[in-house]
Design a protein around this ligand. Sequence first.
Ligand code: HSE
Length: 428
Amino acid sequence: MHRCDLGLIGWGTVGGGVTRILAQDGGLLRERCGLDLRLKTIVTRNPSRAREAPAAGAAVTDRLDAILADDAIRTVIHLVGGTAEATEICRACLNAGKNVVTANKAMLALHGDELFQLAADRGLCIAFEAAVAGGIPVIAALRDGLVANHIQAIYAILNGTCNYILSKMESEGRGYREALADAQRLGYAETDPTLDVDGTDTAHKLAILARIAFNGRIPFAAIRTEGIQSITFDDIRSAHTMGCRIKLLAVAQRRSNGLELRVAPTLVPVDHPLASVSANYNGIFIQGHAVGTTLLVGQGAGAMPTASAVLADVVDICTGRYQATANRFTFFTQASPVSLLPENEELTGSYARFLVPDRAGVLAGIATILSKHGVSLLSIHQAAPDREGQAIIEAVTHPHRGGSFLKAVEEIDHSALTVRPTVTLRRL
Ligand code: HSE
């Protein structure tokens, strides 16, 4: 039996899941992998706060040094949110000679280059399965299982909070605020839920996945990112009319002239496997040249699913497996920078909802302008006019160059064809 003393920094939602598993299921890990995992010290801002989660036999303190100065602790579970302080603490752990298991995607997306180099220089590991898609082992899948593939595309639902909100709005006709409050209560949301709903959390995760999939340094700030804050029930109903559901989608697409990366609310056709990924579930659809397509689905947020991923990394490090395999990969220490395609070079399908006066020639006028810009319609729907004689035309297009669609809609809105700015979304 190999004994491993662990430190935990950050005893919040996920930390509670980790201590619960260690307290209740240590026997499973002993039996499965011959590891006696002992949580020796927990560092938390508020040691005396009453908690439901057990301390798993650990001493609880607010002194970081209790872990940093303890030579028996070789591996630290780093569950610190935010960026600046989390990065500082991660650096301190590495400088103190500790391996780090983290769930902090923002830290890795923004400071991964520096931290992974520091770890490599010191012969240590940073393991981060829990940083992307909660309990789904997508990092291991991309890094190991799909290593022989040129990855052509990743389409992914990576934020449990957003998926929960959109699913509740659709299935229960709930308001956005009410659904968000529910997601927070269930422990899915970040401390600051703005990062969930504005797409930033998804972009952090996309940057990490793209880094592994395309073996390149991803300029995080260049990922075009839109959130779900302005999605209304009308949008959800329209998507339904067009045979789709709205999902906050992370897209990584290899094109002959470069890489497309974006996060945006997107109409996903109901027969696409990602359309049925709902509630706090995440789904990652990957296309590789050898494997074809593959789909991973599971809970992407919450205490126990994320703790499951944390402990998988702990086991990998404590058995020496991580050092023998993952540390050989070059995606964080040697990858070269990749340039992302500008928006007007992207190939994407689109959706538009035009509010128009119900008179002859309007539909033809819209179709003419779209076709002038090289945008081809896939399907179109017109609802009966309301009492003011205005009608809604909903259209989805075949994939086209992104810029051409926006230019066409601008021209349509500047003509007398619409009575309100047109709502546009992307379509997978
Ligand atoms: N707030 C995140 C989500 C948690 O909702 O998916 C996991 O990163």
